[in-house]
Design a binder for this molecule. Sequence first.
Ligand code: AMP
Length: 191
Amino acid sequence: MQLIFMGPPGAGKGTQAQLLAALWKIPHISTGDILRACVVAKTDLGQKAQSYMDRGELVPDELLMDIVQERMNQPDARAGWILDGFPRTVAQAAFFDKLLCDVEGSTSGKDCALRAVNLDVPDNVLVARLLSRGRQDDNEETIRRRLQVYREQTEPLIDFYSGRQQLVAVDGDRAMELVTAELQQVLSGDS
Ligand code: AMP
């Protein structure tokens, strides 16, 4: 299983990624979680990332690449993984293709067993969900900015993966258990 979970903030990708990773016994790798841990630990990276995160902006690509590379090279990532919140830009996706090729010895990201899952949820539902979550970066102004950043910088990845027949699109505007059940069915063939 090599899965990328995409979708706007509040689509439920973190929740679904965590559930399915536990079920399939593969690591759930969330770049948002890694960055938040760096902020709490006040590492160099955390200090650089914090102001971007607080404003709802993306942390610069070059700060993400090292942490993803390091995490993907850990032994538990050999059997598969669910990436949650990465890649989020076309540059990150291109970097990630190269990284996968290095790790797997394939020559093109198109050859990888990778699938990109997009959870579709309308904006009004997203805003309501995020406001009720109450994370530090979940105030109304930041939420609006994160949605805008998603549309501008991350949504183009849907075409990127769809063009390579690697996209799986699922309606995320339903009860959590229904979304999990559909993902399980589509991704592993379980019914
Ligand atoms: P998330 O928990 O995925 O919503 O991420 C929270 C915040 O961390 C985002 O709003 C960004 O500021 C930052 N972040 C997480 N992943 C990335 C990424 N792949 N590229 C840039 N910034 C990221």
